[in-house]
Design a protein around this ligand. Structure first.
Ligand code: NAD
Length: 378
């Protein structure tokens, strides 16, 4: 439609609006407002009469007209944050669940026929935060799909223990081919510290010879109402979640660019909190951090497309891990609220991320970059 006909349509619509009373409106409006027409060639005015309140309508009370006048303490309560919920990430990690054994595998790598592009055979993958929780279970998925693995974590001791267990489990489940054993190593790193990241990437390349894939799962959450959130804790939260993701990704990207390969890929672990506001626990800085991670994936995907490095994000919903277990132990009533807000009616298990991470790292998704895959039960 050209400018002249657009203007004609506006003039036509405006004059019809001026002539016609709004449906259901009486002739004696409570308030009368007027506005100048968009049509610059006419000085004609239109009047707009707001809808008269109808107190006999039983639903009036719950309509937007009612806001501020009849809204009681119940209205909106199920969708609000509760400032009394305070969860501090423990300084002593032993407060979180004790040693977690790796998942029981499915026995035998070649028992099930699969699309070959899903295989990560010959690839080396790095998982930050890989000693526990989602990172550990995703790392196991990468090993089951053929990759060698470097577990990166603040807790190197736990990483080493898990590396050993993953190898033992692989041997138990693949007894027919004792020669084929994945190389799994553990490395200390504080992902929020640039020097530690550079050192760690160097150590991995020394041990494995190369890196092909990265999953950034190091991260944590805390709950404080925004107006009392301790600033130093907020900086630490963003440091690990956002800076840590950025530092590790850029370090690995430089390595991939130096190698000049075409299959490099990276997956960031965001959260559904990067796109929605969780209730009732207040966690504005965490939500903002996860939104930053999601958009970082989209931005780096564009920036590094020329180098054939794909960057995608997985945004999990509520998954049952050491941290969420501790939160639920402290506040059992949260379980009911959370599951009532999940369409499938239950929290996820870390295993539910295995297919997503293998897909996004492998060549099966070679035309997918900058995407955010929500794994959140709806
Ligand atoms: N569990 C959930 O329901 C859920 C949901 C959505 C997103 N996430 C995200 O998934 C990621 C993993 O969560 P999780 O539940 O497995 O947590 P977790 O606490 O079980 O595991 C996190 C791991 O990261 C490590 N880590 C923490 N700070 C680190 C640092 N500075 N440097 C290196 N390693 C560090 C920890 O030692 C731990 O091993 C986090 O980014 C989290 O925000 C979790």
């Amino acid at each position: 439609m050209n400018t002249a006909s657009t203007l004609r349509l506006l003039r036509h619509t405006s004059s019809r609006l001026a002539a016609r009373p709004a449906a259901g409106v009486t002739n004696t409006p409570l308030v009368k407002t007027s506005a100048r027409l968009l049509n610059t060639t006419s000085s004609q005015r239109i009047t707009h009469s707001p809808r008269r309140k109808n107190d006999s309508d039983p639903y009036h009370k719950v309509s937007t007209d009612a806001t501020g006048t009849s809204a009681g303490p119940h209205e909106g309560s199920a969708s609000r944050t509760d400032r009394d919920i305070i969860v501090e990430y423990p300084d002593d990690e032993s407060e979180l669940a004790a040693h977690q054994p790796p998942l029981r595998g499915r026995g035998g790598v070649h028992f099930v026929r699969t699309l070959p592009t899903f295989s990560l055979e010959g690839r080396t993958a790095v998982v930050t935060g890989g000693a526990r929780g989602l990172g550990l279970v995703m790392g196991q998925a990468l090993v089951s799909s053929g990759a060698d693995l470097a577990i990166v974590d603040l807790n190197k001791e736990e990483g080493e223990k898990q590396a050993k267990e993953l190898v033992e489990m692989f041997r138990r489940e693949n007894p027919d081919d004792p020669e084929v054993v994945p190389k799994i190593t553990a490395h200390y790193c504080d992902v929020s510290d640039p020097e530690s990241v550079t050192e760690c990437i160097g150590e991995i390349v020394d041990k494995h010879g190369k890196i092909d894939h990265l999953v950034t799962s190091a991260g944590f959450t805390e709950n404080f109402a925004a107006e009392i959130y301790p600033y130093d804790r907020m900086k630490k939260l963003w440091g690990v979640n956002v800076d840590g993701t950025y530092l590790f990704a850029t370090g690995v990207a430089r390595h991939l660019m130096d190698r000049n390969i075409t299959h490099g890929s990276i997956v960031f672990i965001g959260s559904m909190s990067g796109a929605i506001v969780n209730v009732p626990q207040p966690q504005a800085p965490y939500n903002a951090a996860k939104a930053a991670i999601r958009h970082l994936a989209a931005s780096l995907a564009v920036e590094w497309a020329h180098a054939h490095i794909r960057v995608n994000c997985i945004s999990p919903g509520y998954m049952l891990t050491a941290l969420t277990r501790k939160i639920l132990d402290d506040k059992p009533e949260l379980n009911k609220t959370w599951t009532s807000l999940i369409p499938v009616g239950k929290m996820g298990s870390p295993e539910d991320l295995q297919g997503a991470v293998v897909y996004l790292l492998s060549d099966a998704s070679r035309y997918v970059t900058g995407a955010d895959l929500r794994v959140d039960g709806g």
